[in-house]
Ligand binder design. Structure first.
Ligand SMILES: O=C(O)CCC(=O)C(=O)O
Ligand SMILES: [Fe+2]
Length: 226
């Protein structure tokens, strides 16, 4: 399995976080597995991700598969993830998850006041033809790493309504959550949403971690919508 908890580089704590040099996972929920990773990104990394996206954002005023997303977003293009800062961010993820060439490109999203993403699952639905086609192409989205690139004055929490978990955006923190159960089945408890921003701006970066597939997918095709 991809998660390597409790090895030499990581530790899981259930209580308040004490700042330590090595990455720490704070368990927010066991079912589904949701962890906060405090201080995952430094200020420079947050700024780099914002700067690399800010002039290229497109409105996400769309309703696809029943998900209402009203922020502004960008999927990094091939090559943009090669920047040393972004590669360093991926290196920081490696103690926790398997990053392979099957993984979808990183996505950067900005929400202004009133903008949000309604409740949805990140996994591909294996019961639909579209979902199973994407599973074949990219691999199931086993888990998601969501990074907060700034503080938000008010609102904008990431909420998991099925399990009553609400994560406040804190600049540099990340949330790692599993869209599948440990035996690999899609997990309806992973339902989540980006609450409306009430005051300020919310910037996030998202890396979806797909199960590795062995194919020659064309990396230049558009990433799948959720
Ligand atoms: O904005 C958030 O906190 C959640 C966003 C999200 O779940 C997504 O873009 O898939
Ligand atoms: Fe999501």
């Amino acid at each position: 399995m991809m998660m390597m908890l409790g090895n030499d580089d990581t530790e899981v704590v259930k209580e308040k976080c004490v700042k330590v040099d090595k990455p720490t996972l704070i368990e927010l929920s066991q079912k589904p597995r949701i962890y906060r990773i405090p201080n995952f990104l430094n200020d420079e990394e947050c700024q780099h991700l914002i700067d690399s996206a800010k002039n290229k954002l497109r409105p996400c005023n769309e309703i696809s598969s029943g998900v209402h997303r009203s922020g502004w977003g960008l999927f990094m293009k091939e090559g943009e993830e090669d920047h040393p800062t972004t590669q360093n961010v991926f290196n920081k993820m490696k103690p926790f998850v398997n990053i392979t060439d099957s993984c979808e490109v990183m996505q950067v999203i900005r929400y202004n006041p009133g903008e949000q993403t309604s409740s949805h699952y990140d996994y591909f639905n294996p019961l639909t033809s579209n979902g199973s086609m994407k599973i074949g192409l990219y691999g199931q989205r086993i888990c998601t790493i969501l990074m907060y690139l700034c503080d938000v004055e008010e609102g904008g929490e990431t909420t998991f309504p099925e399990v009553g978990v609400k994560v406040k955006p804190i600049k540099g923190d990340a949330v790692l959550f599993y869209n599948c159960t440990p035996n690999g089945e899609v997990d309806p408890l992973s339902l989540h949403q980006g609450d409306p921003v009430l005051k300020g701006t919310k910037w996030i970066a998202i890396k979806l971690i797909n199960q590795k597939v062995n194919n020659n997918k064309d990396q230049s095709t558009n990433p799948p919508s959720q």
